[in-house]
Design a protein around this ligand. Structure first.
Ligand code: PMP
Length: 391
């Protein structure tokens, strides 16, 4: 006979009530159902560089199909260390300060497990990337939101200073940013760095869009600021740069004080990043020339112009994002009482999926915004733009 006690134990965890399906995935499912064009998810379906693809396929044939070191193969850790030196002049030991991760997402989870405690506070800038907030919540860490100033999402230094409490352990920032496209300027990062040093905080930086910078803007890697290397956990990856979001391959670089423990927690969840695919990413880092990264930015800047002009023609005003590959557009003219309703309305009348802006803000904000992704093959993007113009 099932006892009352047994049935009450057969229940979801305390955390589960917050485990809602992400709005981005929900829109993708809905978009597939009606056969629409998906500008909701940052799927990035542009071609994979052939050296990356060919090396990964050869690695499978060569038998690189078993577990690797939990923090990745030597070749890739070295290639990542070389890249950090080449791009930012930062020296990291590939043995002890570089971890290949199952996506930047896996890297963030490992960093949070290794460095933060339940009830710690982590400062995030709003609009934020949903996974950042939800990953913290899933570990019982409290995200504290600091709103950036519209329309250019500049830093409000006073608001940031006011958000620090005795419980604050870290600041988590994303530059160039999803969904805003914001690139933190050097002056803004100096404010962030000064605060981290003053209060002895970690800085966790998500730099996955490091190469998606437009109009000659510069991506400043925050770890390069004086005094920041030892306290900065740099996260990035290959999903966006090599258009391999489904390979689940990213990395973390950080001081050797933190890395072995991060690798331990990454091991618990993933054991290792996908073995043959690591060879593909390593070959990409080793062989692709600076012109590849330049072209990536040039191509995406063009896609940005295409989408921006279609959105404006459709009466959805948007400021020009300096980086990343999303546009946050005003959706006032669309039917619906909330951003979710507006996104669903747009999908039903135009067959174009976008994400409700509310997914990136605290409750009550972002209801007038939709986020569109422009990392799409030109033909599909052009078709989506045609549909938007016809609105
Ligand atoms: N960080 C940001 C800011 C992102 O926008 C995304 C993709 N949407 C990720 C991380 C995911 O990166 P990865 O595929 O390496 O886990």
């Amino acid at each position: 006979m099932p006892s009352a006690q047994a049935s009450s134990r057969l229940s979801l965890s305390q955390l589960a009530s917050g485990a809602l399906q992400s709005e981005i995935r929900a829109m993708s499912v809905e978009c597939d159902r009606i056969g629409g064009i998906n500008l909701a998810q940052g799927i990035c379906d542009t071609p994979v560089p052939s050296v990356v693809e060919a090396t990964a396929m050869q690695a499978i044939r060569d038998g690189n199909n078993i577990y690797t070191r939990c923090d990745g193969i030597d070749r890739l850790r070295k290639a990542i260390a070389d890249k950090q030196l080449r791009d930012y002049g930062m020296s990291y030991d590939p043995e002890s300060e570089v971890m290949v991760a199952s996506g930047a997402t896996g890297g963030l989870h490992a960093a949070a497990m290794a460095l933060l405690n339940p009830r710690d506070e982590v400062i995030l800038f709003e609009p934020f990337y949903g996974y950042h907030a939800v990953t913290m919540q899933s570990l019982r860490i409290r995200p504290v939101l600091v709103a950036l100033n519209e329309p250019d999402w500049s830093l409000d230094a006073d608001a940031l200073r006011a958000a620090v409490t005795p419980r604050t352990r870290a600041i988590l920032l994303n530059t160039p940013g999803n969904p805003s496209g914001k690139i933190f300027t050097r002056a803004e990062l100096e404010v962030v760095a000064a605060l981290c040093i003053q209060h002895d905080l970690f800085l966790i930086t998500d730099e996955i869009y490091e190469y998606f910078v437009y109009d000659g803007a510069e991506h400043v890697s925050p770890a390069t600021l004086p005094g920041m290397r030892e306290r900065t956990i740099v996260l990035s990856g290959f999903s966006k740069t090599f258009s391999i979001t489904g390979w689940r391959l990213g990395y973390a670089v950080a001081d050797a004080r933190w890395m072995p423990t991060m690798a331990h927690f990454h091991d618990l969840t993933y054991v290792c990043p996908p073995a043959p695919l690591q060879h593909g990413a390593a070959a990409g880092l080793e062989q692709l020339l600076p012109s590849f990264y330049k072209q990536l930015a040039t191509d995406h800047q063009k896609k940005r112009e295409t989408l921006l002009s279609a959105l404006r023609a459709a009466g959805m005003e948007a400021s020009t994002p300096p980086g990343a590959y999303y546009i946050l557009a005003k959706a006032s003219r669309l039917k619906g009482n909330s951003a979710r309703e507006k996104a669903r309305h747009l999908l039903s009348v135009a067959g174009v999926a976008a994400v409700a802006g509310s997914a990136f803000f605290r409750p009550g904000r972002g209801e007038d915004l939709l986020r569109f992704c422009f990392a799409k093959q030109d033909a599909e993007l052009d078709e989506a733009c045609e549909r938007l113009r016809r609105l």
